[in-house]
Write a protein that binds this ligand. Structure first.
Ligand code: SF4
Ligand code: SF4
Length: 88
């Protein structure tokens, strides 16, 4: 049974820790995506400012469907660089 959570959940990713400019390439980790049993996160390519905005190595995780979050905090526990925060 999925727990019902009241109020809006805010999930943020610190892209200085995981993302195109971060210390972690999310494609080499994906722990948050594997741990979350809800369709919250999306791993996708991004276009950034710079010499080659279309560089295929630019990827990030975006919390898209935050209303699906059950606030279990497993994503925070498994993130190796503490890039995720969940609040409400
Ligand atoms: S807190 Fe739980 S449900 Fe919410 S995004 Fe993280 S792993 Fe998914
Ligand atoms: S668990 Fe953390 S480091 Fe790994 S992909 Fe998710 S946000 Fe990035």
């Amino acid at each position: 049974m999925i727990a019902v959570r009241k109020g809006k959940t805010k999930i943020t990713i610190d892209y200085s820790k995981c993302g195109p400019d971060g210390v972690m390439d999310p494609r080499e980790c994906t722990k948050c995506l594997k741990q979350c049993d809800r369709p919250v996160f999306h791993l996708h390519h991004v276009i950034v400012d710079g010499d080659d905005p279309w560089d295929p190595s630019y990827w990030q995780v975006t919390p898209v469907y935050t209303s699906q979050c059950t606030r279990c905090m497993r994503c925070i526990e498994v993130c190796p660089v503490n890039a995720i925060s969940v609040s409400w």
